[in-house]
Design a protein around this ligand. Structure first.
Ligand SMILES: *Cc1c(COP(=O)(O)O)cnc(C)c1O
Length: 427
């Protein structure tokens, strides 16, 4: 079968809930992936930051294979010899008393919301069914019915109602708005926030925002819930993005790279005061905390630490932004680059609905670099953190060469408009 055949199969038999770039991948190693025809690409998406440790990391893969061959699934009806070991490891790694293991990011967010509500009724004493959780505009926390209920992305939300109640939405990166919401609503239980808004387009809040938000939450007896599904596990140049401001969340949500991308694993961490409100039978998942997940997560977190991935992300991220910024100074097509560590985005100088960012991604794929627009005119660049500096700079060259081609083409079109205003379409 050729690439078109594989694409046709997905098109015919798969629900059309994604719009992929027309690239069919069949192999990955480190920061690189190969398509079915053997063409090599730098992966600058890393499966939305799930593959921070790189494709096919031998330590993570062998932990998975070994455990799959030994014991894959017991369900939580019984104990197993891997879960407790992982639980201790992950709690010590992030400094919490307890963890609740789930599988996907959205499930972990759901878990955190349920935990927050239950805590609010049983510990804070809110009247039953009155708890409110504050969320931010342009949030992305996953795709379940409750989560899309508090999204303001119409594509994610429209015609999926009726929606779940109990959420207040405020602008992101706005401490005054948070303060006002906390002061005017006595039934607030928690504040759910992404330390950097990834899907929205890598929006980095002002310095001090997270620290200020945590302080406001403390002042009002409200739980600060950090969704680090995308920003966690070394991606932004720290173990967690909240570490940039030395903020300790009351509830920490992890997913994606906690498995190194080989297996769906997510986790919710909190201290006993909060986590102990959950009793047997009140929450769970058949696959949550299975032995394979436990073994894989220990390996993936160990790799992040051993290979100093946070330090690498910090250093390489600065080089990436410096190189791209230098190009952008003289650019008409790219407006700015922003991000932390190796979670970065370039904003294309065009309106939100334009095809320019998509077309740039197609051209970059031709040249051997994979990235995707997040929202309209924003392209996210998030290579695996194991990428070498040399490969990162090769990637930068592909990005800037592509942008330059688009600048030149736009220039030619506008020259043509001047010379032959009625015949632009012939160029
Ligand atoms: C990807 C993501 C999720 C959802 O994770 P899934 O595994 O896709 O359910 C939640 N929160 C954030 C911040 C994410 O980036």
């Amino acid at each position: 079968m050729n690439q078109q055949d594989y694409i046709a199969l997905e098109d015919q038999y798969g629900a059309h809930n994604y719009h992929p770039l027309p690239v069919v991948l069949s192999r990955g190693q480190g920061a690189k992936v190969w398509d079915t025809e053997g063409k090599e690409y730098f992966d600058f998406l890393s499966a939305y930051s799930a593959v921070n440790q790189g494709h096919g990391h031998p330590k993570i893969v062998s932990a998975m294979v070994e455990q799959a061959q030994t014991l894959a699934l017991t369900s939580r009806a019984f104990y197993n010899d891997k879960l407790g070991v992982y639980e201790k490891f992950v709690c010590e790694y992030f400094g919490f008393d307890k963890v609740l293991p789930m599988n996907t990011g959205a499930e972990a967010v759901e878990t955190a919301l349920k935990l927050c509500r239950k805590w609010a009724y049983e510990k804070k004493g809110l009247p039953e069914n009155q708890a409110q959780i504050i969320v931010c505009e342009n949030n992305f926390h996953g795709r379940t019915t409750t989560i899309i209920s508090f999204s303001n992305d119409e594509t994610a939300r429209k015609n999926f109602g009726p929606y779940t109640d109990g959420f207040l939405r405020i602008p992101y990166d706005d401490l005054e708005a948070l303060k006002a919401a906390l002061e005017s609503n006595p039934n607030v239980a928690g504040f759910l926030v992404e330390p950097i808004q990834g899907e929205a387009g890598v929006y980095v809040p002002s310095d001090g925002y997270l620290k200020g938000a945590k302080a406001l939450c403390e002042q009002h007896g409200v739980l600060f819930i950090a969704d680090e599904v995308q920003t966690g596990i070394s991606r932004t140049g720290r173990r967690l993005a909240v570490d940039h401001e030395d903020v300790k969340p009351d509830i920490l949500i992890l997913g994606k790279a906690i498995s190194g991308g080989v297996y769906p694993i997510s986790a919710v961490l909190a201290n006993d005061e909060i986590m102990n409100v959950i009793k047997p039978g009140q929450h769970g998942s058949t696959f949550g905390g299975n032995p394979v997940a436990a073994a894989v997560a220990v390996a993936a977190l160990t790799v992040a630490q051993e290979e100093k991935l946070a330090e690498r992300a910090e250093e390489l991220g600065q080089k990436f932004r410096a190189a791209i910024s230098e190009y952008i100074e003289g650019s008409k097509i790219a407006k700015l680059v922003r991000g932390k560590g190796l979670l970065n985005a370039v904003v294309i100088n065009d309106h939100e609905e334009s095809e320019t960012a998509w077309n740039i991604c197609l051209r970059m794929a031709d040249k051997g670099l994979l990235a995707k627009p997040t929202h309209g005119n924003i392209i996210r660049f998030a290579p695996p953190l194991v990428i070498s500096e040399e490969d990162l700079m090769k990637g930068v060259k592909i990005i800037t060469d592509t942008l330059q081609e688009f600048e030149d083409e736009a220039e030619r079109v506008s020259m043509a408009e001047v010379n032959h205003p009625d015949h632009v379409e012939q160029i």
